[in-house]
Design a protein around this ligand. Sequence first.
Ligand SMILES: NC(=O)C1=CN([C@@H]2O[C@H](COP(=O)(O)OP(=O)(O)OC[C@H]3O[C@@H](n4cnc5c(N)ncnc54)[C@H](OP(=O)(O)O)[C@@H]3O)[C@@H](O)[C@H]2O)C=CC1
Ligand SMILES: O=C(O)C1=N[C@H](C(=O)O)C[C@H](O)C1
Length: 245
Amino acid sequence: MIKVGVFGAKGRMGSEVVKAVEAAEDTELVAGVDTGDDRDRVRGADVVVDFTHPDEVVGNLHWLVANGIHAVVGTSGFDEERMAGVRDLLAEHPGVNVLIAPNFGIAAVLMMHFAVKAAPYFDSAEIVELHHPNKADAPSGTAHRTAELVAGARGEAEPMPDATTSEVPGARGADVSGVRVHALRVAGLIAHQEVIFGTHGETLKIRHDSMSRESFMPGVLLGVRRVSQLPEQLTLGLEPLLGLD
Ligand SMILES: NC(=O)C1=CN([C@@H]2O[C@H](COP(=O)(O)OP(=O)(O)OC[C@H]3O[C@@H](n4cnc5c(N)ncnc54)[C@H](OP(=O)(O)O)[C@@H]3O)[C@@H](O)[C@H]2O)C=CC1
Ligand SMILES: O=C(O)C1=N[C@H](C(=O)O)C[C@H](O)C1
């Protein structure tokens, strides 16, 4: 049995993780920790899953790594600077692994993968992400990661065509690694993203929709099962666990 703790256990995602860990035959819940609880409650866990808040997750990771507990992180907010900090932290604690996945939805990972494959063939690429209005960060971690991946796949391509010279601030979205990202917050939605590519006379839209938070759980459990055996101390994204690298 894999002993699992959950940080953010009362939240929208954490509460689903608690149920998934309790329901799976090979995982056992050590404890759920939420705001105000003592992290010590997860001592004895092999792995802790973190779905908390972008402002809180780094402190949680420091505690977990210092205590020799593998971490599976879904919380957003990991830019290159943060990743470098985690790498430095892990270098001081050999034997501890961290998996950070911007999105645990298998279809969402495929959406990003297909976007990378398509990117070199198009002049334009923009991302529209749509989420529930309780989300703390914009753009989403998934959109941020997709933009970085698309930018990397475009390589030295010409800048995207855009004649805008007059703009209401924000109208053209955020510039993430040279890719425009538009964030919508709409009541009733959960998590959705479209990557829109265009070239002369043709467009391609790759769309992903999360219709429930349960949909993230197969990916989370995959991370929980595999994190301790990953070849690198720090893994970004579920892709290598799905054979997509
Ligand atoms: N990678 C993925 O596939 C997914 C990632 N996410 C990300 O996960 C994160 C959480 O999302 P969501 O579940 O919707 O958010 P919620 O606000 O519903 O849940 C977060 C929970 O964590 C608690 N919390 C905050 N700080 C701490 C802390 N230091 N220790 C323990 N618990 C804490 C919050 O308590 P309180 O409310 O009292 O602050 C809350 O109960 C976000 O960054 C989101 O983007 C979401 C969905 C999928
Ligand atoms: O806050 C959310 O809900 C989600 N957050 C993640 C992100 O920021 O990409 C994953 C998914 O989009 C749901």
